[in-house]
Design a protein around this ligand. Structure first.
Ligand code: NI
Length: 399
């Protein structure tokens, strides 16, 4: 029995490994021609040409550049979604590689070229092995993950309906983990992403005559300090949250008290119950400090992406499959949470699912620059591994 299972396992692996050179070729083709959010036209064309070539049903131009490929098995069963993103970043590539970006100032510096290649490989494999899984797989190629977000408009366009998707999985190549490992856990994986924009209105004047002014710089300094007490004194210390004031602009001369000051920043947290807490508490703090100085303020607060929260059953499914692929419990890394965010969260708000990290760094090969770095690159051997995990998840989900 064990031998039969091992044989079957090796059969899947060896046929996926046969795809490796093509996976690399597709990834490099996409890497050469990166496109920004909602402008993934060539990328979409490339995906569509492959789907047509393989006789896979698809729908294109969803939420502008998104695509959904549908692969049916002759055996009836559940509907599983696989989500990948396909946009690049406004970064000038510094890698000296043959497949370096041809688009000036635009680069696949987050690995979404790899995600698309993995999703294509999965589509191809499943289309060639329709009798080996049950039900339907919908592969969702989503635009604009890096912002403003393509998941929400794709859901609004109905990608989770007809047939109704019951659960969803997705992965991110992850240079914080070495190739050969998988970061997977149930519960919160990535943080909510929220932003704020605040203007302090004081009263400008002469730097030597402060009694006639309301100093917006002094008021801002107190606000920047006190906002950190939300993290250190208001939030349960067992919760994780971050508040960063990333920009503070004020003043036009060393002897001038600034009339207004502007600050912008970001808030991150895992617990969805904190959604309303931050803007409320920030308004209290900013309002209180402004009032004590006679200043006024305006605060714009935006909830961009909710936290990525994995379903227990789906995370267990991915974990068990990943264990078969990496073949050692040491290869499964549950301590992989990050305060980075992802709009995969919108899918996970609709249906149970699991988003996971596929370790992609290789230190010896100097393929370990962080995501969004002009020299970001990853170990391409990870591509067939990604396909294998997706394919095995599909097979297991139907059983
Ligand atoms: Ni990314």
């Amino acid at each position: 029995m064990i031998t039969a299972i091992t044989k079957e396992k090796n059969k899947i692996r060896s046929s996926i490994l046969e795809l490796q050179s093509e996976l690399v070729a597709w990834r490099r083709q996409l890497h050469k021609h990166p496109e920004l959010a909602f402008k993934e036209l060539q990328t979409a064309e490339f995906i569509v040409s492959k789907l047509q070539q393989w006789g896979i049903d698809y729908e294109a131009n969803i939420a502008q550049t998104g695509i959904v490929a549908t692969i049916n098995s002759p055996i009836s069963g559940p509907v599983l979604g696989i989500r990948c993103d396909m946009d690049a970043l406004p970064i000038q590539e510094e890698n000296e590689v043959s497949y370096r970006s041809c688009n000036h100032g635009i680069m696949h510096a987050c690995g979404h070229d790899g995600h698309t290649a993995i999703a294509l490989g999965t589509a191809y494999y499943l289309s060639q092995h329709r009798g080996e899984f049950k039900g339907t797989v919908k592969i969702i190629f989503q635009p604009a993950e890096e912002g403003p977000g393509g998941a929400k408009p794709m859901i609004a366009a109905g990608v989770l309906e007809n047939p109704k998707v019951e659960a969803i999985i997705g992965l991110h190549l992850w240079n914080n983990l070495p190739v050969g490992t998988v970061g997977v856990r149930s519960g919160p994986l990535m943080a909510a992403v929220e932003t704020f924009n605040c203007t302090i209105f004081g009263k400008g004047g002469h730097g030597a005559i402060p009694q006639q002014t309301i100093d917006s710089v002094l008021v801002s300094a107190q606000i920047v300090n006190t906002l950190q007490t939300i993290i250190s004194r208001n939030i349960d210390p067992l919760e994780s949250a971050v508040l960063t004031v990333g920009e503070l602009h004020a003043g036009s001369g060393l002897n001038i008290i600034a009339d207004t000051a502007k600050m912008r920043g970001t808030v991150r947290y895992f617990n969805p119950n904190l959604r309303d807490y931050f803007p409320t508490r920030m308004r209290e703090i900013i309002g209180g400090i402004c009032q004590s100085h006679g200043a006024k303020f305006e605060l714009e607060y935006t909830h961009l992406y909710p936290p990525v929260i994995n379903d227990f059953v789906m995370a267990e499914l991915v974990k068990s499959v990943a264990l078969e692929v990496v073949e050692t419990p040491l290869g499964i890394v549950p301590e992989c949470q990050t305060m980075g965010g992802e709009d995969m969260s919108f899918f996970l708000q609709e249906i149970p699912g699991c988003y996971f990290f596929l370790g992609s760094a290789n230190k010896e090969k100097k393929l370990d620059f962080p995501h969004h770095h002009p020299r970001f690159n990853f170990d391409e051997s990870v591509l067939s591994m990604g396909v294998e995990i997706f394919v095995r998840c599909v097979e297991k989900f139907g059983n």
